[in-house]
Design a protein around this ligand. Structure first.
Ligand code: DAH
Length: 355
């Protein structure tokens, strides 16, 4: 650059400052004209200088002038792109803020499909006089096992199946919703005669030491049901569950009762529903049997009533525990339980919970 006359050196230094100061495209266009325009621009004047230069300097001076012009052109091009981008951004922002337009609608959330199913179960039982009860997820051994007539050596009590919180006394994560039976009966026992009995539904989370796989999760949901009255027998239980399954799965739903064993009911049964997918012909969901097991139930064991302060000579009742995930998987044909807990909004939307 040493060969450049003063005027060129000044123009070179001034350019960068002027370019930085350009706040919009109009200013940039003016700068462009002033530096590389055809007439009266710095570039045009430099060409005049070149013409007037002594012959032996022309070659070197010409190269310097070209390099300088190249730098200006590049600087102008980059700045122009920046300013055009900014203008576009501003234009779309201005559009987004059009006060005449209705406000943008935020993405809609929705209740989780498992919660919606539990709510539906509650609605099915409400007309029968069942109200909703809740119990703690951190339970005592007394409520989770003793009060339910589960003997001290029962395998479910082992630390292989149950999450114990040993450092907090005899606390554990409840393994089923059945301890809510004990809590509610203990609370209402003194007034049971005046109430004419007890009936409630208790939806909630339960915990077991199960490895996660397509049909197991260490946390899942149950809906517990209990009715205590006078002269309650299996026919009441069967009629109630038949009504509930028809309300849940449609008037053609068929229910089957199989003898089973639970320490807190006598007799006990497992309740199956005719597979709603294949209609009983046998498919993947019902594993070819035509039936899907959805709940355990039975007549409340006298020891359970007694433990909670209710006289089994006067009162009797039935209880049931519905597997919520199992029911949800069946009605939605979802083959993998984990989908319910991963919160992928595409799955939730497909379940009809999201718009
Ligand atoms: N608590 C049982 C379980 O988790 C389910 C159950 C069976 C609940 C029979 C009941 C019942 O109330 O009567 O497997």
């Amino acid at each position: 650059m040493s060969l450049l006359p003063q005027e060129l050196r000044d123009a070179y230094e001034a350019f960068q400052a002027a370019l930085d100061a350009c706040g919009d495209l109009d200013a940039l266009m003016r700068l462009k004209g002033a530096y590389i325009g055809r007439e009266g621009s710095h570039a045009a004047r430099m060409m005049d200088l070149l013409k007037a230069a002594p012959k032996e300097q022309k070659r070197e001076l010409g190269a310097s002038i070209n390099a300088l012009k190249g730098k200006w052109e590049e600087g102008l091009r980059i700045r122009q792109a920046e300013l055009e981008d900014a203008r576009k951004r501003q234009a779309s922002l201005a559009q987004a803020w059009d006060p005449e337009l209705p406000p943008p609608t935020p993405a809609k959330g929705a209740m989780h499909p498992l919660n919606r199913l539990m709510d539906r179960m509650v609605e099915v039982f409400r007309p029968l006089g069942y109200h909703v009860e809740e119990g703690p997820e951190v339970e005592t051994e007394a409520h989770n096992f003793d009060g339910l007539n589960i003997p001290a050596d029962h395998p479910a009590r082992g630390s292989a199946d149950t999450f114990y919180l040993k450092e907090h006394g005899d606390l554990l994560l409840r393994t089923h919703t059945s301890p809510v039976q004990v809590r509610v009966m203990q609370r209402l026992a003194p007034t049971i005669e005046a109430r004419g009995g007890i009936r409630f539904l208790a939806p909630g989370r339960v915990y077991r030491k199960d490895e996660i796989d397509p049909t197991h999760s260490p946390m899942f949901h149950q809906v517990e049901g209990l009715l205590v009255g006078k002269g309650i027998g299996m026919h009441h239980l069967k009629g109630t569950l038949d009504y509930a399954m028809k309300a849940l799965f449609g008037p053609k739903a068929e229910v089957r009762f199989r003898p089973s064993y639970f320490p807190f009911t006598e007799p006990s049964c497992e309740v199956d529903v005719r597979c709603p997918l294949c209609g009983g012909d046998g498919c993947r969901v019902c594993k070819g049997s035509g039936w899907v097991e959805l709940l355990g139930a039975g007549l409340v064991h006298p020891n359970v009533l007694r433990f909670s302060g209710i006289d089994p000579e006067v009162w009797s009742g039935f209880a049931f525990g519905i597997g919520v995930e199992r029911t949800a998987m069946m009605v939605s044909q979802t083959p993998d339980l984990r989908l319910f807990f991963e919160n992928d909004t595409r799955f939730l939307a497909a379940m009809g919970g999201l718009d």
